[in-house]
Write a protein that binds this ligand. Structure first.
Ligand code: ADP
Ligand code: MG
Length: 697
């Protein structure tokens, strides 16, 4: 067969033509042969096996049968016309049925000839039936000796004859012609060490799979390649920024840090906090720019690490800042930090959207003349009017709510960009961290402060509410406080609001002797703050709220978290909410309330919460259930657009790809060696074809 150019426009391929070509361009952005071959199947149907009719049972999806057609009959008239064929093998009979193309099908079927029938099973009046099967004479062994690839199609494509089967046809018609078009890009020793199938074979076997093992090798090769280049880009990016980007040198540990440490630190740091601080000090003392991600479960003590990091900045003559995603959280950080340093000569400011204009001006001035040392705030901190005399370090709390672009804006706050410490309480699964924060160094606080008892979590159905009320009562009588949280889904805000107020009223009725606070998104921020404050001071016993309390709120005396309609929450959110209790020395409880009707995923989420307190484990389950796009939020979803790899499932391949990329760049940072020629060429091509990848990190 003639060699076909991979750049051949899609219309010119066998079996395509202008109309389908147009559909492929519009629906799948496939414009040429190369892009068509990069459109991989997402699963296979095993057509190497035949089932016997007797062994059929409910619960099978598609099956392949081998047998003869004994008789045919037509029924109905006009549009209701259908064709029924009695299909038999040695073990029994089933009905094949067609509702379309009846006369044509009838004339092409030969009674008594051996056929392969393949399709979905259903039951009709107790008998197994296969509607619109794929039917082919048996001796013509085209489709029943292989793994049949299944491709995603769309309605428009299907209408122009390109359902999965149609896509399979045009791919298999051109794939033989591309021999010699996929030169290997990896050096031989890499192929051997990682045991990779060569590139051309991989393209062939992923589309034309005859054998499970070969198709698996093909998929592995292509996933590895995709992840390898993603990592290569990220690691190179990081190498370039760490050599080029100078950072402020924090060479000394001075008065502020030492005084705080020896005189004001209310407790001993945990081992993990100490380790992380060492890592941070090493970065900031190196003269390079720090870009570090600090992961630590809720309650692991990140705030203190943030404070000590900022004090190092102050000791070296710089200002410091914390940026938090919500006003409540910023305020809480402000209060915590203010309280920690109240006896030291350190001036701390709070800047949020609701800071009054007059106070704002005062803060702006104090930042400019250097008399304010630490500024805590929301994204108000990013505004251009906020100018520092000498900003040296910024802590960003709850990174996943801030975009990459916002991080970049911070860099402009000083001629040499400030060191950045990104803190997140939502543990990010390793695979995602490696990808999305591939340019950050990662520190982990994997230890909770001593004396914490693991929170006990249970799942209760709505009918047990009285029992749950009883339990709340017991806990309050012991002097504790209770949260009751309601979901807030924006589309049905009014409905949720009603749930919340109904809940509030029934709680007030049930607990006439207790004070009950309520906080929700529609309240004015002063009112919210007032209620939160009353609860934090122990003046109210029960806090009924929506998820506004999700992030960061710290009331150690609260021991019970009741989550209403818990099935409506995502895992990360449930874990965050649960983290609001278990902050003191006493046993804490989390009660997940739900109705009986639960989706499969909803049930899995609740089970996971009951099973474990480990944020990383929860994050892994979350990734599997939701996929990476959702977890990172709208800003980052879709940037990656991976063709074959799946971050939720291919963690091991990702790790392997990352290590391999790292090794290569260590030996040959600019990919100048002849054996890396292929990799270099592919990298250039990628930066043209996937411009989005460079936006990561
Ligand atoms: P998070 O990591 O969720 O931000 P916080 O910084 O709010 O956690 O800390 C949770 C609680 O633990 C706070 O009350 C804090 O004062 C306390 N804490 C932090 N570090 C320690 C420690 N080493 N020993 C005891 N308590 C600590
Ligand atoms: Mg926190």
């Amino acid at each position: 067969m003639n060699r076909v150019d991979l750049n051949t426009p899609i219309e010119y391929l066998k079996g395509v033509g202008p109309k389908r070509g147009e559909a492929l361009r519009k629906e799948l952005q496939i414009t040429n042969l190369k892009e068509l071959l990069d459109y991989f199947p997402f699963r296979y149907v095993d057509r190497t096996q035949f089932a016997t009719i007797r062994s059929l049972h409910d619960g099978l999806d598609s099956v392949q049968l081998r047998g003869k057609i004994r008789s045919m009959s037509e029924a109905g008239k006009g549009r209701g016309k259908r064709l029924k064929a009695l299909f038999e093998d040695d073990s029994g009979t089933i009905d094949l049925v067609w509702f379309k193309g009846v006369s044509w099908i009838k004339s092409s079927i030969q009674i008594g000839q051996e056929y392969v029938a393949f399709g979905k099973l259903s039951r009709f009046k107790g008998r197994f039936t296969m509607a619109h099967p794929e039917l082919e004479p048996f001796q013509n062994q085209t489709n029943h000796n292989k793994l049949q690839p299944v491709y995603h199609s769309t309605e428009k494509l299907t209408n122009s004859g390109l359902n999965s089967k149609g896509i399979e046809k045009i791919i298999s018609a051109s794939i033989q012609g591309v021999k010699g078009n996929f030169p290997e890009i990896f050096p031989g020793d890499l192929l051997q060490n990682v045991r990779l199938m060569n590139k051309e074979a991989a393209y062939f076997h992923i589309h034309c799979a005859t054998d499970d093992n070969l198709s698996k090798q093909a998929i592995f090769r292509l996933k590895f390649e995709e992840l390898f280049f993603l990592q290569l880009l990220l690691i190179r990016h990081k190498m370039i920024s760490s050599t080029k980007m100078k950072g402020h040198l924090f060479f000394k540990v001075g008065d502020q840090f030492n005084t705080f440490f020896s005189e004001h630190l209310p407790f001993e740091l945990t081992g993990a906090q100490k380790r992380v601080l060492k890592e941070i000090r090493r970065d900031m003392g190196s003269g390079a720019h720090m870009n570090r991600l600090l992961q630590g479960d809720v309650g692991s003590g990140k705030t203190l690490v943030a404070l000590l990091t900022m004090l190092l900045g102050l000791d070296n003559g710089f200002q410091a800042g914390i940026m938090a995603p919500t006003e409540i959280l910023a305020t809480q950080h402000f209060e915590t930090i203010q309280n920690f340093v109240k006896d030291m000569p350190i001036k701390v400011g709070l800047l949020t959207g609701s800071t009054k204009k007059k106070d704002r001006t005062v803060i702006h001035e104090a930042l400019k003349d250097g008399s304010m040392h630490i500024l805590i705030g929301t994204h108000a901190l990013l505004e251009d009017v906020v100018e520092f005399q000498n900003l040296g370090v910024v802590v960003i709390d709850e990174q996943h709510r801030f975009g990459v672009a916002q991080r970049a804006r911070l860099w402009k706050k000083n001629t040499v960009p400030p060191h950045v410490l990104v803190m997140t309480a939502t543990p990010i699964p390793r695979t995602l961290a490696m990808t999305f924060y591939g340019d950050l160094d990662v520190s982990v606080i994997d230890e909770l402060p001593p004396g914490r008892k693991p929170i006990r979590t249970s799942h209760k159905f709505d009918k047990s509410r009285l029992e749950v009320f009883g339990f709340m009562d017991q806990q309050i009588q012991k002097g504790h406080q209770v949260y009751v949280v309601y979901p807030l889904i924006e589309e049905s805000e009014t409905l949720d609001y009603k749930d919340l107020t109904d809940g509030y009223e029934s709680i007030v009725r049930r607990f006439p002797n207790y004070q009950v606070s309520i906080v929700h998104g529609q309240m004015k921020s002063e009112d919210k703050d007032f209620e939160m404050k009353r609860f934090a001071e122990g003046k109210t016993q029960i806090m009924v709220a929506t998820t506004v309390i999700e992030v960061g709120v710290n009331v150690p005396n609260a021991s019970v978290m009741v989550i209403e309609s818990a099935e409506k929450f995502g895992l990360a959110q449930l874990h965050q909410l649960r983290g609001r209790v278990g902050r003191g020395a006493d046993q804490s409880y989390c009660i997940l309330m739900s109705g009986y009707k639960l989706s499969q995923d909803g049930r899995k989420r609740l089970e996971t919460m009951v099973e474990t307190n480990d944020g990383f484990q929860i994050a892994e389950v979350d990734l599997k259930l939701r996929g990476p796009g959702d977890i990172l939020g709208t800003q980052q979803s879709g940037i990656l657009d991976l063709k074959v790899a799946d971050l939720a499932r291919d963690g091991q391949i990702l790790q392997l790809a990352r290590n391999t990329a790292m090794d290569i760049l260590k030996q040959d940072p600019n990919l100048r060696k002849p054996q890396h020629e292929g990799i270099k060429r592919e990298l250039l091509e990628l930066s043209r074809n996937r411009p989005n990848w460079s936006r990561i990190g």
